[in-house]
Design a protein around this ligand. Structure first.
Ligand code: NDP
Length: 336
């Protein structure tokens, strides 16, 4: 409960590890394990949600972390040995892995083979992985955007938000983002091409800020934050606006979620409020990667990463998401 602390996580060593799968692990038809060396670990806000049981979701098996066992998340890894016919030693993969140097992972459901290695491998934790697909699905599929529309993105300097803003600019929208520091606001405007950006921590009256940046109202809100931000946005939405509810990070550490008082504006303005989970959209992943690669290679989309080194840096990096310490996608590099 409450804000996660670095001391909620610890690093420990095991005595020995065999860097080969044993014969039964290779042979068992229901036990197609892959042994990997983990290279990059992804820090994601949803990992905080795995630190507690969420009411209404408790029937989901294995959804929470187990105290005393390695936590898990998305990562990039190299296959050392494989009991699965589609993967062989030397292949690079991304998918769900454990926060440890070496992992045994069931394949293929947990792992996707990396086909393109001319971009940084860490991108498969971000722009070409789960957050990238989230931005893509959330913006293009959930927001139904049109050229010229007015788009607002909260947590805009993060792994997902920075991409949503760039997608919206490519579509010819007017784009404003919020972030928690002057440095991030400058990056949004000067590096990522947002039309405007503001530091939400310096806005005593968020409603007034929206009146300033959206005098004609907001068509699309890409919601990453929740709470007071959502309440103020609702007052400033346009008729037939769309709100893609991607996440609500301001609520994850609260014992009791903040109330949202302006929900009647959904009715007044015929707004579509649509929650979504990237987990339902992985069938689009390869199409998404193929469509993104030319933009990355030509520099038409840029991606900010915040990479720290070593497993020991992991707890601080993960907890830092909830203090806004990360500039862009937070990654832990354990490739050395
Ligand atoms: P980010 O890289 O954006 O990191 C989190 C950022 O949230 C921080 O850097 C901080 O930025 C901001 N933040 C933290 N606490 C608060 C707070 N109390 N109020 C406002 N802002 C806060 O994370 P992601 O891009 O990976 O994730 C963004 C959102 O998308 C999250 O809500 C996440 O849960 C959600 N998500 C949902 C998915 C889905 O399938 N629906 C998939 C992936 C992500 P700042 O300095 O600006 O405050």
């Amino acid at each position: 409960t409450g804000f996660p602390k670095e001391s909620d996580l610890y690093v420990s060593s095991t005595a020995t590890i065999k860097l080969k799968l044993s014969e039964p692990e290779h042979e068992g038809s229901s036990n197609k394990l892959v042994l990997v060396k983990n290279l990059y670990l992804s820090c994601d806000p949803y990992q905080r949600l795995l630190m507690e049981r969420i009411e209404g979701l408790s029937s989901q098996p294995n959804s929470s972390f187990t105290p005393g066992s390695p936590i898990y998340g998305y990562g990039v890894a190299k296959v050392l040995d494989s009991g699965h016919p589609d993967l062989k030693a030397g292949d690079l993969v991304w998918g769900t892995t454990y926060w440890e140097e070496y992992s045994r992972i069931p394949a293929p459901e947990g792992l996707i083979k990396i086909q393109h290695t001319d971009v940084p491998l860490s991108y498969y934790t971000g722009i070409l992985g789960m957050p990238g697909l989230t931005a893509y699905v959330g913006f293009y599929e959930i927001c139904s955007p049109k050229k010229g529309e007015h788009v607002f993105i909260s947590a805009a300097a993060g792994a997902v938000g920075q991409l949503v803003g760039q997608f919206a600019k490519l579509m010819g929208c007017y784009v404003v983002g919020s972030a928690g520091s002057k440095e991030k606001v400058d990056l949004l405007k000067n590096k990522l091409g947002f039309d405007e950006a503001f530091n939400y921590k310096e806005e005593a009256d968020l409603n007034a800020a929206f009146k300033r940046y959206f005098p004609e109202g907001i068509d699309i809100y890409f919601e990453n934050v929740g709470g007071k931000m959502l309440d103020a946005v609702l007052l400033n939405m346009r008729l037939h606006g769309r709100i893609a509810v991607c996440g609500m990070i301001s609520q994850y550490n609260l014992d009791q979620a903040e109330g949202v008082t302006n929900l009647m504006h959904l009715v007044y303005k015929r707004i579509r409020l649509h929650g979504f989970s990237v987990r339902d959209h992985y069938h689009l992943h390869s199409k998404f990667v193929e469509s993104m690669l030319p933009y990355i290679r030509q520099g038409k989309i840029v991606y900010m990463e915040d990479i720290v080194e070593g497993l020991e840096s992991g707890p601080r990096a993960l907890v830092g998401l909830f203090k806004g310490l990360n500039f862009g996608k937070q990654v832990v590099d354990i490739s050395a």
